[in-house]
Design a protein. Structure first.
Length: 299
């Protein structure tokens, strides 16, 4: 094994054992530790003060190639393992991980017109509308089912000159796509300052003028100024916040305006439909256990 190689140690455990296992791995020289669902279990949004974890967790620790993991493995306390679970060590050849990440994100078609392209890649010749995105800047490249469903719906719904609100805008990908498809202007709203920065940066990357795409925090006066103005309201958040924000999202939508909601699991759809009964939500799309709901505010 080369000194430039990396070692990956995968351990399966239970949620209540994750914290002491992480601490133990870092004490042994782990450079990074990641957690994954080990039983295909949905992880819903947490309540106040909660840090949710799956019941069965796959813990992956990264070590330098020079560390003698074989001897360290013999000292791993059995009390940190999930019974007769996986406890494997493997070697990873040194690679240009930034290059690997770039190769994994390639142009993606989201609808008849719309393509999402990484900033370092040229769009296909037949792409009618392209959004350039740097995935290193934000959350949301279009690959997650909820984002993909929203982008596909925007491609179908945008005909020109719409006023769009992207509530929980993240990277700004939805608002930017709407503007590139022909919307007149857009308001992005997010409670994370990093999202506000990322949305503005991605707008510049796509030659979107600042007066066409205003990005603000939820308490900004600009939000209130859009009351009853959005021809198209899109919110890709989570079911909990969507339930809490229902009155505000409906209020911001213009009479006759379309509302698109996602970040919603199939099992949560009925609750959202009941909460938004005045806009008559219907199932628009369904992917990988997630749903996109579409409604229309009465005239």
């Amino acid at each position: 094994m080369s000194s430039t190689d990396w070692q990956e140690w995968v351990v399966e455990t239970y949620s209540e054992l994750v914290e002491p296992l992480e601490e133990w791995l870092f004490e042994q020289g782990a450079l990074a530790v990641s957690l994954e669902d080990n039983a295909d279990e949905p992880l819903l949004e947490p309540g106040p003060g909660e840090t949710p974890l799956w019941q069965n967790v796959k813990v992956t620790a990264l070590f330098a190639g020079s560390v003698s993991l074989a001897s360290i493995k013999q000292t791993l306390p059995l009390s940190l393992l999930a019974g007769n679970s996986r406890n494997d060590i493997s070697t990873l050849e040194d690679r240009d991980w930034e290059r690997v990440s770039m190769d994994d994100f390639t142009p993606i078609q989201m609808g008849p017109r719309l393509w999402i392209c990484p900033s370092w890649s040229s769009p296909p010749d037949d792409a009618l509308v392209t959004v350039s995105l740097d995935p290193g800047l934000a959350f949301g490249t279009g690959t997650h089912a909820t984002t993909a469903m929203c982008l596909n719906a925007l491609d179908e719904l945008i005909v020109g000159n719409e006023r769009v609100i992207d509530f929980g805008c993240g990277s700004g990908i939805l608002a930017i796509a709407a503007l590139k498809l022909g919307a007149q202007c857009a308001l992005g709203v997010d409670n994370d300052p990093q999202a506000v920065f990322a949305s503005r940066d991605n707008a510049l990357r796509n030659d979107i003028e600042s007066d066409k795409f205003v990005v603000v925090m939820p308490d900004d006066d600009a939000v209130g100024e859009w009351t009853g103005e959005a021809n198209l309201m899109v919110a890709n958040i989570l079911a909990g916040p969507l339930l809490e924000l229902a009155d505000q999202l409906i209020s911001l939508t213009a009479p006759g305006g379309i509302i698109l909601l996602t970040g919603v699991l199939e099992a949560q759809a009925a609750q959202l439909i009941a909460r938004y009964q005045h806009v008559n939500l219907k199932l628009n799309q369904q992917r990988d256990g997630w749903v996109l709901l579409e409604g229309q505010k009465p005239n």
